[in-house]
Design a protein around this ligand. Structure first.
Ligand code: B3K
Ligand code: ZN
Length: 903
């Protein structure tokens, strides 16, 4: 029952916003739950909106539901017109009570939007526009109502009945049925409604909130997963404490529940008091989940919890404002994870731990968001129009939105940012507001005009800052000239680019001894404290002059990535190596390494494309070798420095993306690093073992990360026998999934190098050992989809076989992400095979998914959106595949993506 939407997609424009003609004050929902046919009775108290234009009819949205009856103020009402996208009710007074009855069909619902069945249980997903698939409603976020919900179902099949808020009453009914009645005292938009019903069990804890009120916390899962709930519960408790401490925000409900579901399109959903999570962002124990899984769960549990204030108490006026809640909440979860990683460590290592989180955030931004901003889906943080809102839950809205929020904090400091947050809640609690409202709160609380800052919300594309410097030895002055502009952008992004941004640009100056120099700007009486200055750039070009500069410095630019931009400065290789060795700003130290190696990789790729010999200067290898051997640096930082940029990111940096050449270049460097630093890798492996019980502390995670990176490099050696020996032993002895998965991955890579079947027995053991753990079987699929492959054994053959494996199904997004997305989005060299086999596979999968789950299909469709940037042969094959998909798909979501891509 997929969306077989209208042929010509309707475009929704931000400029067309109008307040709703009616408001719905209270909603009483009654569900008679049955998987084939669920009956929904919806009683609403409605009144005209005094602030809207008078409407003759009451129009409600509805999709894929069957109308049964309408009652207005207690009398049957027949002036009802049912149509494809909802119903219209004529002859309504100014205030009235309306009861609508309708039917929906959860078992047939493969879209995972609205009410659906997963694993025999009922779940809902309403954001953004799923509530209209449950009942007729004013399904828009600026209509906020209080809800009471009565659930009725067979007691044996669905012993647990959950909805938002507080449990009022529960009891038995005739015929083996039972009921539960829930009441949510807080007004909310319909997208935050949720229900869950099934055979679930929970772990629970009672905690006291800051003001001393008792709160009941529950984590609900299928009974066999109870042993994987502890980490989610701990993460929830940490989130509650963190929001109280950092923002003075308390949990408002008496009860807070989180529930795992196996079939879910997104990561998780912040429904009021009843968060629903994709199982992979909730379930974890050391045996089944990796360190990355543990970190992701902490971040997502935090994220959904933080939405309770940033999203739920204060919500979005319309979906164009999505970043109001998502950018802000992403920023909050990033800060939470950084503080959690810093833990109780002493200052220096706390800063290092924070920096590794910051680096990981920026890496995601650079690798995913910068590409999005350069492609046909480029849009501002606050988009101007959309066809399908589900396509706008993007890295621009989330990650770039988080950077925009972070800039307020960089400009005003933590205290100034907190003042802005306090004012935002004081003004807007219980309201549906806009990104402008947030900016005004920041502006008013800090007494600063932020009109220019608005451009961060309205301009698409990635700004560039070109830097020119000049040292005057006689004057002892150092001039830094910053010029901001957008590079080449596609037309749609260019049209949004109106003028210079207000940009915090952090800078430090480094002396010949590698130490920071004092910073004093022209006109200042003395050097300011600290060795990093936040320059505020407001003009297209601006010069800042530092005085009292004793020697020609090396500039450390955009420290801690103070703005989401690309810095252009002609560092020499030696200068980058110097920064990599000395910069006191850990982010920039990492960034120098990335710049250095990216430059080499791109030049190597050029040689590979031309078929000329590859070489890499020893001095470059040595610069990285010194970091690897530097025990004053944390293992997690060293791991980040020595991890090369991804193939996808590198291909994006080429004038014409050539995935095969990038792969050759990157493998060449990996092998050089492996061979030249072999002893250092072996030493790092030994020094970073984590004997004893598994611990998910930042420290232990760092050790495992560096140890497993060492293993992966050793597996690149022409003779990978050390890696094979270590990996086999590691696989057998592992007491955690991080080590077991890394060992298997190293064996798969050694097997490709040697062209033999060395990994097969371990691969088979892995499957058998975890056959009943779907999330681990996902890892098995992903490991295979990520394989390097070879001319005689291209990965596509394996992936095709796996797509008819008995454990594979297109209906489960996690499995689709594991096999199909990993291959199409994370294995560029194999996916972009010259024969177009990857594209043919992609087209088949997009078309098949389109009929089941358009949101997942649309995400997959995006793997070809950058087709215009590739080499001519690939480009033509990609376009043909896109055209084939465009001709066959029906959903609005996929059509929007492929039509934008084709231009
Ligand atoms: N707000 C949800 C996203 C729901 C997406 C619907 N297509 C997840 C989150 O950002 O917390
Ligand atoms: Zn969110």
């Amino acid at each position: 029952m997929a969306d077989s939407d209208i042929a010509t997609p309707a475009v929704v424009h931000r400029a067309d916003y109008a307040p709703p003609a009616f408001l719905i004050e209270t909603v009483a929902l009654e569900f008679d739950l049955a998987s084939e046919r669920t009956r929904v009775r919806n009683t609403m108290r409605v009144r005209r909106n005094p602030h809207a234009v008078h409407a003759a009819r009451f129009d409600l949205m509805g999709e894929q539901i069957q109308f049964v009856s309408a009652t207005l103020d207690g009398k049957p009402h027949t002036a009802v017109h049912v149509h494809e996208s909802g119903l219209s009710i004529d002859q309504v007074p100014d205030a009235f009570e309306l009861t609508l009855e309708s039917l929906c069909h959860p078992a047939e619902n493969t879209t995972l939007s609205g009410l659906y069945v997963s694993g025999g249980h009922f779940f809902t997903q309403c954001e953004a526009e799923g509530f209209r698939r449950i009942t007729y409603f004013l399904d828009r976020p600026d209509v906020m109502s209080t809800y009471t919900v009565t659930l009725r179902a067979d007691k044996a099949a669905y012993p647990v009945l959950l909805s938002n808020g507080n449990l009022l009453e529960e009891g038995d009914l005739p015929d083996g049925r039972h009921f539960a009645r829930w009441d949510d005292p807080f007004r909310k938009p319909s997208y935050l409604f949720a229900l869950v019903a099934g055979k679930l069990e929970c772990i629970e804890e009672r905690v006291k909130s800051a003001s001393g009120k008792e709160k009941l916390l529950q984590v609900w899962v299928e009974p066999h997963d109870l042993d994987k709930t502890r980490h989610a519960m701990d993460s929830l408790i940490h989130s509650i404490r963190w929001d109280e401490a950092r923002y003075g925000l308390e949990l408002d409900l008496d009860r807070f529940m989180i529930v795992a579901v196996s079939d879910f399109t997104m990561g998780a959903m912040e429904n009021k008091g009843l968060n629903i999570f994709s199982s992979r962002y909730l379930l974890a124990n050391p045996e089944t989940a990796t360190d990355t899984d543990f970190a992701n769960i902490e971040a997502v549990v935090g994220h959904e919890y933080f939405h309770n204030w940033t999203g739920n108490r204060v919500t979005c006026r319309d979906w164009f404002q999505l970043s109001l809640k998502e950018g802000l909440t992403k920023f909050r979860d990033q800060e939470f994870s950084a503080d959690m990683a810093a833990g109780d460590e002493a200052n220096a290592s706390a800063d290092a731990a924070r920096a590794t989180k910051r680096i990981a955030n920026v890496r995601t931004l650079q690798q995913a968001q910068f590409a999005e901003a350069a492609g046909p889906m480029a849009h501002p943080v606050r988009p101007e129009s959309y066809v399908e809102i589900n396509n706008f839950y993007t890295t621009t809205v989330y990650n770039n939105g988080a950077e925009v929020v972070r800039m307020y904090q960089t400009l005003f400091g933590r205290d100034g940012f907190r003042k802005g947050m306090d004012l935002y809640f004081k003004r807007h609690d219980g309201q549906a507001v806009t990104c402008d409202d947030f900016r005004h709160a920041m502006s008013d609380a800090n007494g600063r005009d932020l009109a220019q800052f608005e451009r961060w919300y309205s301009q698409a594309g990635t700004p560039r800052v070109a830097v020119k410097t000049a040292y005057d030895a006689a004057q002892r002055s150092y001039r830094v000239t910053l010029t901001q502009s957008y590079g080449e952008s596609l037309a749609a992004a260019r049209e949004t680019q109106k003028g210079p941004l207000l940009m915090p640009f952090s800078i430090g100056l480094i002396g010949k001894d590698g130490k920071d120099l004092p910073l004093r700007l022209e006109g200042e009486a003395s050097a300011a404290p600290g060795t990093t200055r936040v320059l505020e750039l407001t003009e297209a070009t601006q010069t800042f002059t530092f005085v009292d500069v004793a020697e020609q410095p090396l500039p450390s630019l955009l420290r801690d990535f103070s703005a989401p931009v690309i810095v252009e400065y002609d560092y020499t290789t030696e200068e980058l190596a110097f920064l990599l060795a000395h910069d006191s700003d850990p982010f920039n130290r990492w960034d120098a390494g990335q710049r250095l190696i990216t430059r080499e990789l791109l030049s190597l790729a050029q040689h590979a494309a031309e078929g000329t010999a590859l070489s890499l200067d020893d001095s470059v290898v040595d610069a990285f070798g010194r970091v690897l051997a530097d025990e004053s640096l944390s293992p997690s930082f060293r791991e980040l420095v020595l991890m090369l940029p991804s193939e996808g990111y590198l291909a994006e940096q080429m004038a014409e993306s050539n995935p095969a050449a990038i792969h050759t270049a990157r493998q060449y460097v990996r092998k050089r690093f492996a061979a030249a630093l072999k002893n250092a890798w072996l030493a790092a492996y030994e020094q970073n073992r984590t004997p004893g019980a598994y611990e998910a502390t930042a420290k232990a995670i760092g050790h495992r990360a560096l140890k497993n990176l060492a293993l992966s490099y050793l597996a690149e050696l022409d003779d990978p026998s050390d890696a094979i020996r270590l990996a086999r032993a590691q696989y057998d002895a592992a007491n955690n999934m991080t080590d077991r998965e890394a060992a298997l991955s190293a064996l798969l890579s050694a097997a490709t190098t040697r062209g033999d079947a060395i990994a097969e027995p371990v691969l088979a053991d892995f499957y058998k050992r975890y056959e009943t753990e779907p999330l681990v079987i996902d890892k098995w699929f992903a490991l295979l989809a990520r394989q390097r492959g070879s001319a005689s054994r291209p990965t596509i053959d394996m992936v095709r076989n796996l797509s008819s494996h008995p454990a594979f199904t297109l209906k489960n997004p996690n499995r689709v992400y594991a096999l199909i997305f990993t291959f199409c989005a994370a294995n560029p060299a194999q996916f972009h095979a010259a024969d177009g086999s990857g594209y043919a596979f992609w087209a088949e999968q997009v078309i098949a998914l389109d009929a089941l789950n358009p949101a997942v299909a649309a995400r997959l469709a995006r793997s070809l959106e950058m087709w215009h940037r590739f080499t001519p042969t690939l480009r033509e094959k990609m376009r043909a595949a896109l055209e084939q998909v465009a001709a066959r798909v029906k959903s609005r979501a996929v059509r929007e993506i492929v039509e934008k891509a084709l231009g």
